[in-house]
Design a protein around this ligand. Sequence first.
Ligand code: SN0
Length: 311
Amino acid sequence: MKKYTEISDIDNVSKIIEEVIQLKKDPFQYSALGKHKTLVMLFFNSSLRTRLSTEKAAKNLGMEVMILNVNDAWNLEFEDGTIMNMDKAEHIKDAAQVISQYADVIAVRAFPTLKNKEKDESEYVLNSFTKYASVPVINMESAVAHPLQALTDAITIEEHKAKERPKVVLSWAPHPKALPQAVANSFVEMMQKLDVDFSMTHPKGYELNPDITKGVPISNDQEAALKDADFVYVKNWSSYKDYGTILSQDTCWMTTKEKLGDAKFMHCLPVRRNVVVEDAVLDSEQSLVIQEANNRTYAAQVVLKRILEQL
Ligand code: SN0
């Protein structure tokens, strides 16, 4: 693997899931692979799981890890040819080349502005790193995608499915803040690559990018959509059409134990308890959120392993 910025960097999803399951049996079996190799993780935004699980994954492979919260560094300029006489102290062109000398792999987290759709969709932060860095780049959630989370979710479904072709439903949830579409986008893309009966449900106006959801059954009736589901994946996102806005806070979209039925509950975390989903679900055996978070380590580890093998 030369990079992992999008799901299409995985050539065969079932093969990589198999590799993860093998890796999980003994996470230290490749602990010599990353010797004298350094992962630099750059955070433009908050992180708990991504930061800790990716560091753990790198260390399981014997790598060194350096972390920079970019907001503590110089304010970066991303536009080409600008006269830098304002607040931006360093150009991404220089920063990415410099970091590449310290790193064998660079991982980046950069959320969208949720204000400028065109700019967000250009993935200017992530793409500037792939353009100017001379080492492989990993996406730790960008403006439009969260491929490490989607790989984690595929692994979790594979581990917990009780039938060959489970029914998986992505269900929108209310939230007090406008959140990115990235997690939902990547989940949809990943589900289209798995042998699952996949559909989604959200209120009107919350349609994701139609290029991503092409062919996916979509219902505005949550109760009907969740019927007989095996896995319910819950996530809030802000409107794509009315870009970055909150159109509804309708509490009736919160996941309750009653709505969940016998399905397993999934969420990428962090989750707003009793807004997105009620305590009774999160604190029950049906919730997979903790196991899902554990799989973040192995998703990151298989990606790092494949990248290290190609260095
Ligand atoms: C991020 C998101 O993309 O939805 C990260 C998820 C892995 N979530 C949030 O920013 C939640 C923030 C909040 O205030 O609840």
